[in-house]
Design a protein around this ligand. Structure first.
Ligand SMILES: Cc1cc2nc3c(=O)[nH]c(=O)nc-3n(C[C@H](O)[C@H](O)[C@H](O)COP(=O)(O)O)c2cc1C
Length: 338
C-alpha cells in the first residue's frame, strides 16, 4: 500500500538525521524538570490548524479564543497606536479589551482620539477604565453622570474599575480613599446601567474582597493577580520612598490562590478574567481549567511591546500564543481539579 507521505527532499532528511546525532547529547531533560501539572495524552491529539478556534461566550459576546487584552494605556503619546493595534486584534479575532485609565478624559477630552477604537472591534467588548478614587469623587460630588458620559464618549460596552490602594499610596501625589472601595462600589452600582468589571492592578485580592465582589451587581471580576506587572513596585521606581513601605510591594494574592478561593465560594453568575503574570499559555490553560466559572485569560504587558511595534508584529505574537493555547487544550488535561 502506498502511504500518502509528505515528500521530503533526501538532502533535507539527511541533514535532519545528522542534526539529531549532533544535538542529542545536549537534548536531555532531567526528570526534576518535569512539569507535573498535566496528564499528557498524545493518543487523543490532532495538531491545531489556522482554522481551529476555541469559541467562547463572555459577557454576552462571542469570542474566537478566550483571551482578553487587559487595561493598559491612554493619555500618552504612544497610546493611539497601541490602542488601535490592540483593538484591531480584538476585531479580527473577536477578543475583549479594556482601555487604560480614561481619567484624563474627565477633565480634558482633547485626547479622546487615543481611546476611540471601538470602530476596529464593532462586535467585541470594549471596556472603559477608571480608578476607584475617581468613582469615589464622583459619588461624593453627586456627579456620577460624568462616568456615564465617559463610557459613552469612548463608545464602550462597559466600565472596568481598578482598585489600587497600594499603588495610590506609593504614587507621588497619589489619591487617598476617604471611604472604602466597597462602599463606593455599592453606591455607584446602584446608579449604573452598563456592565462593570472590578480589578486590582497586579496584587490580586483576598477572600473577603472576592466574596464581597461576588455579592455585588458587577458583571465580572478581573483577578490582576500577583506574579506579573506590579504597579506598587512601578510607583516605587518612580518616586523616592521610605524603606518602611517596601514590604507592601510583595503582599497580595496569585491567580492560583484566588482561583481556589473563588471555587469555594457560591457561583453568583460572575464572569472572570484570569490575569496577572500570565506569560505562558500553559499557565493560562492550567488556570482556566482550574477555575469553575466562565472565564477568559487576560494579558497586559505581554501585548505591549508587539502592539507598539506594528499590527503585523502583534498579530504574529498573538497567533503564536493562540497556537500554544490550542496545543495545550488538545494534548493536556489537568491532573487535579480545584
Ligand atoms: C503599561 C501598563 C499600563 C497599565 N495601565 C492600567 C490602567 O490604566 N488601568 C488598569 O486597571 N490597569 C492598568 N494596568 C494593569 C494591567 O491591566 C494588569 O492588571 C497588570 O499589568 C497585570 O497583568 P500583566 O502581568 O499581564 O501585565 C497597566 C499595565 C501596564 C503594563
Amino acid at each position: 500500500m502506498k502511504l500518502p507521505l509528505k515528500p521530503t527532499h533526501s538532502d533535507e532528511l539527511a541533514q535532519r538525521k545528522s542534526d539529531h546525532i549532533k544535538l542529542s547529547e545536549n537534548a536531555r531533560t532531567h526528570v526534576s524538570k518535569l512539569d507535573g501539572r498535566f496528564f499528557y495524552e498524545p493518543l487523543f491529539f490532532t495538531h491545531p490548524t489556522s482554522e481551529t478556534k476555541w469559541s467562547s461566550s463572555f459577557l454576552g459576546f462571542n469570542f474566537d479564543y478566550p483571551i482578553w487584552v487587559s487595561s493598559m494605556t491612554g493619555g500618552t503619546n504612544h497610546a493611539k497606536v497601541i490602542n488601535e493595534n490592540l483593538a484591531k486584534l480584538c476585531g479580527e479575532f473577536h477578543l475583549g479589551m479594556g482601555l487604560g485609565s480614561c481619567r484624563s478624559l474627565l477633565h480634558d477630552p482633547s485626547r479622546l482620539g487615543e481611546f476611540k477604537v471601538k470602530k476596529f472591534m464593532p462586535s467585541s467588548p470594549l471596556f472603559a477604565n477608571i480608578g476607584i478614587a475617581q468613582v469615589e469623587e464622583c459619588v461624593r460630588e453627586g456627579s456620577v453622570h460624568r462616568l456615564h458620559e465617559l463610557v459613552s464618549m469612548v463608545e464602550a460596552d462597559g466600565l472596568v474599575i481598578h482598585i489600587n490602594p497600594l499603588q495610590e499610596w506609593f504614587q507621588p501625589g497619589g489619591d487617598r480613599f476617604k471611604v472604602t472601595p466597597l462602599e463606593t462600589l455599592k453606591r455607584f452600582l446602584g446608579q449604573c446601567s452598563y456592565p462593570v468589571i472590578v480589578k486590582e492592578v497586579g496584587q490580586g485580592m483576598g477572600p473577603k474582597s472576592l466574596k464581597a465582589l461576588l455579592e455585588l451587581p458587577v458583571a465580572g471580576i478581573e483577578l490582576a493577580g500577583f506574579g506579573g506587572t506590579n504597579f506598587t513596585l512601578l510607583e516605587k521606581m518612580r518616586g523616592d520612598h521610605l524603606s518602611s513601605r517596601e514590604g507592601f510591594i510583595h503582599v497580595g494574592h496569585s491567580c492560583l490562590e484566588m482561583i481556589s478561593i473563588l471555587n469555594a465560594l457560591p457561583e453568583r453568575n460572575k464572569e472572570i478574567i484570569i490575569s496577572g503574570g500570565i506569560s505562558s499559555m500553559l499557565d493560562g490553560y492550567e488556570l482556566k481549567s482550574k477555575l469553575k466559572r466562565n472565564s477568559v485569560i487576560g494579558m497586559a504587558s505581554a501585548f505591549l511591546g508587539p502592539a507598539l511595534m506594528s499590527y503585523e508584529e502583534l498579530r504574529g505574537f498573538f497567533l503564536d500564543q493562540v497556537e500554544a493555547l490550542l496545543t495545550a487544550r488538545a494534548s493536556l488535561e489537568l491532573r487535579e481539579e480545584g
